[in-house]
Design a protein around this ligand. Sequence first.
Ligand SMILES: CC[C@@H](C(=O)O)C(=O)SCCNC(=O)CCNC(=O)[C@H](O)C(C)(C)COP(=O)(O)OP(=O)(O)OC[C@H]1O[C@@H](n2cnc3c(N)ncnc32)[C@H](O)[C@@H]1OP(=O)(O)O
Length: 252
Amino acid sequence: MDYNIAIENGIATFTINRSDVHNAINSTVMDGLKQFLDQIEDDQDIAYTVITGAGDRAFCSGGDLSEFHDLRTAEEAYPMLGAMAGLLYRVATLPMPVIALVNGTAVGGGCEIATACDYRIVSASAKAGFIQGRLAITTGWGGATLLFEKDGKHDRVFRLLSEAEVFTANQLLEAGWATEIYEGDREDGLQRFLAKMSAHHPSVHRAYKSVAIRKWTADFMRDRMLEEARQCSILWGSAAHHEAVDQFLNNK
Ligand SMILES: CC[C@@H](C(=O)O)C(=O)SCCNC(=O)CCNC(=O)[C@H](O)C(C)(C)COP(=O)(O)OP(=O)(O)OC[C@H]1O[C@@H](n2cnc3c(N)ncnc32)[C@H](O)[C@@H]1OP(=O)(O)O
């Protein structure tokens, strides 16, 4: 299975399970994420949601370039980009705290998924970056909208996106993207983080989450994420993007 869903002790976990391709997102994982969201959105017994990647090398390497490179034009790419932007809006607006357990490399759309979460608990050995610019595209899953929305520092966000660099966990902490860094076992890292939050009733976290969501619904964040996907789809159809992906796939 390309993904796993587990709901235990009030924690719902979605694991991208494609470690041979650094947990790249294909359409099966997108379907799985939709199923996961349908299952948990209205479940009052879930205190926390966690998104992570299988194995210890990668959280997620973004869209599966082997599969999605078949989408050649803006018209072909938009349904995939828009669908994923819609899913990440749903992740961002889940009624409980959502934690990205960044167990390894997160690049491209992998950073967008993590940004959609409320917290990013990052392995000390992980690296991450919005590298979409290297492929002559922008974020296509609404990640730039989310990042500008969540991080008030305009120039820092602009550079993070447009310079398309990969950063260490410490640099990500300094930049304010990583919430906390853990050493060693991911479960220990998660439990340490949750221990502080669990001192208070889950309804407190849900109440604060609803304050954040209210703002995002009022200023049409979903529409803006879809517009970002549409804009990316135009670059997706360009020769520069096709060449960059051909180069990545042919270097295998
Ligand atoms: C589509 C949505 C869009 C968005 O809206 O944001 C994006 O996500 S664009 C960004 C897409 N992602 C990338 O460009 C990342 C591509 N991958 C890499 O740069 C590197 O693989 C890595 C993640 C930095 C890891 O490098 P390394 O440790 O050297 O491993 P390999 O490169 O040898 O990878 C192992 C294996 O995995 C395959 N792989 C990795 N990422 C992807 C991917 N995104 N899609 C498809 N396949 C991927 C890679 O090709 C290797 O395969 P084999 O050679 O068959 O072993």
